[in-house]
Ligand binder design. Structure first.
Ligand SMILES: Cc1cc2nc3c(=O)[nH]c(=O)nc-3n(C[C@H](O)[C@H](O)[C@H](O)COP(=O)(O)OP(=O)(O)OC[C@H]3O[C@@H](n4cnc5c(N)ncnc54)[C@H](O)[C@@H]3O)c2cc1C
Length: 444
């Protein structure tokens, strides 16, 4: 029989939620996954994070780290283990308005970050949903609404404060602990618990937003034109698009965001997107940046959205790529397929500068299936794309296995990530099965 948890030390009093506690129902699960951890620890300070980690180590149970709980692999909860939930560490502070340097704690949600920075005329391009947490997104990449003009979120991280597996607290930046700083920006889940990020924000008040829906031709020609428009457009334009079933046809629903303060600039930039297929809907507005990741998105995570997701990157979009994407969306399992523009400023950063190495691709393709469909359905939907894509973004993957690792961190990046994970977490505390692959035995 499993040993009971030992009593928490005095310095963690008041931070532990166990199944008998009425708060447990709102803390046990993530967005995608229902969990049954034996305890959820809610540290309020860096010292408490270190103490929580020490306590978790002593219990010899799996340890999950959670910031916002939106991770697609569900690895921020577990069954029978401990969860370190950083939601009480959620401060957002402007350190220096002149250099736009802000400090964001890992447990904040991106809606809270946007709301806190808006009065300063600043924003950090992060993701498309306000409830996503800072910690998971900013350690994996960060494909945000302004991705082509701003780059990835990790590209603007200037320093991090990390609690390592042995409880040591380290500040890492380009000069101090540069290898840790490198790994945190793309492969941070395996090196420690990042408690705070210093990030260079950008000057943004309003942005242009267009909602455009066009009929997507099954032969993929509409998608090719979408990719062509993006390739020829200035980087102020970023788009996220979804392929949605519409009777027996398919609609490409595009949200285009323009990093510009006037509709006179916004309208001509989105106009070519209206021409890529038969237009079904079309609206253009100027909105404050927080309207893209509103606090209305904030909600507790109770396993409400189970799904299986995979993704891949494309450098171009030839006829075969576009037709394969359409087949994935229109196949028997009706995978939900999303396209995100990347490229632009993302590709200004050399591949070896961060642990996110994908710096020549232009499109991110994400496919999800929902219950009752399972892994077989996702594989069937993805089959036509599997050999076409070039790398993957770790944060849009449900399966935290060695194959995912190889696609997210190909070649020398993978060697370097595995070495960093082993160096900063020699006992594999953060690499419990199903959480991160334990590659340290097989890699240098
Ligand atoms: C609805 C939805 C929309 C999304 N939209 C976008 C998007 O537009 N762009 C984008 O780039 N991504 C997007 N994502 C993916 C998102 O980046 C990842 O799911 C990310 O991991 C979520 O971060 P979190 O803190 O909420 O997750 P959590 O579930 O809390 O964490 C996920 C994993 O990240 C690691 N982790 C979390 N916090 C820390 C920390 N402080 N230190 C070290 N490791 C940590 C842990 O391994 C943890 O298991 C979206 C996901 C969802 C579900």
């Amino acid at each position: 029989m499993r040993q009971r948890l030992t009593p928490v030390p005095a310095d963690l009093t008041g931070t532990v939620v166990t199944p008998g506690d009425r708060r447990y129902a709102g803390l046990r699960s993530t967005y995608t996954t229902r969990g049954t951890p034996e305890a959820v620890l809610l540290p309020r300070t860096t010292a408490e994070v270190a103490a929580a980690l020490g306590y978790a180590r002593e219990q010899g149970r799996p340890v999950a780290v959670r910031s916002g709980g939106h991770g697609l692999s569900g690895s921020s909860t577990n069954d029978g283990g401990l969860v370190i939930d950083l939601s009480a560490l959620n401060r957002v502070e402007v350190l220096d308005r002149a250099t736009r340097l802000v400090r964001v704690e890992a447990g904040a949600r991106w809606a809270q970050v946007a709301a806190a920075l808006a009065p300063y005329g600043l924003a950090i391009s992060s993701g498309d949903h306000g409830n996503v947490g800072v910690g998971g997104l900013a350690t994996g990449g960060g494909v945000g609404w302004l991705v082509r003009s701003y780059g990835l979120t990790v590209d603007h991280v200037r320093a991090v404060k990390v609690v390592l597996a042995d409880g040591t607290v380290v500040r890492a930046d380009a000069d101090r602990e540069p290898e840790l700083f490198w790994a945190v920006r793309g492969a941070g889940a395996g090196v420690g618990i990042v408690v705070a990020f210093e990030i260079e924000a950008t000057e943004v008040r309003n942005v242009g937003v267009a909602q455009i829906a066009v009929a997507a031709r099954p032969d993929g020609s509409t998608l090719r034109r979408w990719a062509e428009v993006l390739r020829e457009s200035p980087r102020e334009l970023s788009t996220a698009a979804m392929l949605l079933p519409y009777g027996s046809s398919t609609v490409l629903s595009i949200t285009a965001v323009v990093a510009a303060e006037s509709l006179r600039r916004v309208r001509p930039l989105v106009a070519p997107l209206r021409e890529i297929g038969d237009l079904l809907d079309d609206r253009v507005d100027l909105v404050p940046y927080p309207a893209l990741v509103p606090t209305a998105h904030l909600h507790p995570n109770v396993g409400q959205q189970p799904n299986l997701t995979t993704n891949g990157l494309l450098a171009g979009m030839d006829g075969g790529d576009a037709a394969a994407i359409m087949r994935a969306a229109r196949g028997r399992h009706r995978a939900l397929v999303q396209l995100r523009s990347v490229g632009g400023a993302v590709n200004d950063v050399p591949p070896e500068e961060t642990a996110y190495p994908h710096r020549h691709q232009e499109t991110l393709v994400v496919a999800s299936v929902f219950p009752p469909h399972g892994p077989g359905a996702l594989d069937a939907a993805w089959r036509g794309l599997a050999d076409r894509v070039d790398g993957a973004y770790v944060n849009f993957e449900s399966r935290a296995d060695a194959r995912t690792f190889g696609r997210a961190y190909p070649g020398p990046t993978g060697e370097r990530v595995a070495a960093a994970w082993r160096r900063y977490d020699p006992d594999g505390l953060f690499r419990a099965p199903g959480r991160l692959p334990d590659l340290t035995a097989s890699r240098g």
